[in-house]
Design a protein around this ligand. Structure first.
Ligand code: OGA
Ligand code: NI
Length: 343
């Protein structure tokens, strides 16, 4: 059986073997990370709906990323989900290895990200990822780990809460584009592909030589990410500079992904981001993704197209998009660019 390159259970520090070391031009320059700018934090407990819609749409247009507080998901549930996922990564590697695969068609899997580097082959990223669907819960619960024993129950409860939150965000984002409340959700289609991707980054002996996740845009439509308190690592580009997304207590990080950029005809931005490592503490992040299913046709929404705003992308099925994504595997993703229209 294949084994994972990481053993998180013993307390000896992991060593940075050559297959983790990126060539100089791909390394993060941490001294150039700019912490005086930040993405906005939006309070969802705001009864002035016009004000809330305008704050959200401005954040989606300018940053593509924001944090939300007072979102209604119980704090205690967020803590429990982080705890069971952390426990999963701390199981003996044989336990996690049963989910290890490089077959991207598998819905439930443990894998390691890599970058393809000229002359060096695949360079592994400093982290391990566990992915699985999250909706509708009754269709997938039986695929989830039985160890730790609370995983299924806690995750199912968490998925239900995040589903409700995503519906609310999609409605606010639709209104922010001047569309009917249910427009974005309808355009994203029936039977959406929803999956989570728990990322576990162990402490790294030299964070400037490697990366947790290389710079990328998310390929889905909408992302709600929960990160541990007290350990930063996620960074986004603001005005051409890398800026950290510092964990805000009891907040979620929300970001626009590629399908939403295309649907909104470029108004909402799917922004480049990455995860860097640190040499002191392990970090866990838990993004929940909402994407169309393979048969759904995605393209700029007609109401957002006029003479001043011609369509920026051609229509495509999500299957076509994903084929292009897999074709680019291991390289810096430029997926939606393949569907751009020139004017
Ligand atoms: C991702 C991602 C960032 C993080 O999983 O797509 O961007 O903070 N994760 O781990
Ligand atoms: Ni991402």
């Amino acid at each position: 059986m294949e084994t994972t390159p990481f053993q998180f259970t013993n307390n000896t520090p992991l060593s940075l073997s050559p297959n983790f070391i990126l060539p100089e031009e791909n390394r993060p320059i941490l001294s150039e990370v700019f912490s005086s700018a930040s993405i906005p934090t939006i309070d969802l407990n705001n009864h002035d709906i016009d004000d809330l819609v305008s704050k959200i749409s401005q954040a989606c247009e300018k940053y593509g990323f924001f944090q939300i507080i007072n979102h209604g998901v119980p704090k205690e549930l967020c803590q429990r989900v982080l705890a069971v996922v952390t426990e999963f990564f701390q199981l003996p590697p044989e336990e996690r290895a049963q989910f290890l695969t490089t077959d991207h068609r598998k819905l439930v899997k443990v894998f390691n990200y890599y970058q393809k580097v000229e002359g060096q082959g695949k360079v592994l990223m400093w982290g391990e990822t566990f992915t699985h669907p999250w909706h509708p819960t009754e269709n997938f619960t039986h695929f989830l780990p039985t160890n730790p024993p609370q995983y299924r129950e806690v995750f199912t409860e968490y998925a239900r809460e995040i589903g409700g939150l995503m519906d609310r965000l999609l409605s606010l984002m639709s209104q922010g584009l001047g569309l009917e409340k249910d427009c974005l959700k309808r355009k994203l289609g029936e039977r959406p592909a929803t999956y989570t991707q728990a990322n576990y980054y162990p402490p790294c002996p030299d964070p400037e030589l490697t990366m947790g996740l290389p710079a990328h845009n998310d390929i889905s439509a909408l992302v709600v990410l929960l990160q541990m308190e007290g350990v930063s690592g996620l960074q986004v580009v603001i005005d051409g500079k890398w800026v950290p997304v510092e964990p805000v207590p009891d907040a979620f990080v929300v970001n626009i992904a590629d399908q939403m950029q295309v649907l909104s005809n470029g108004r909402y931005k799917s922004v480049l981001h990455r995860a860097v490592t640190n040499n002191r503490l392990a970090r866990l992040s838990l993004p929940m993704f909402y994407a169309p299913n393979n048969d759904t046709v995605i393209g700029p929404i007609e109401d957002l197209i006029d003479e001043v705003h011609p369509p920026m992308y051609r229509n495509y099925s999500y299957k076509e998009y994903m084929d292009e994504f897999y074709r680019q595997e291991g390289a810096r993703r430029r997926v939606k660019e393949a569907f751009e229209l020139q004017h």
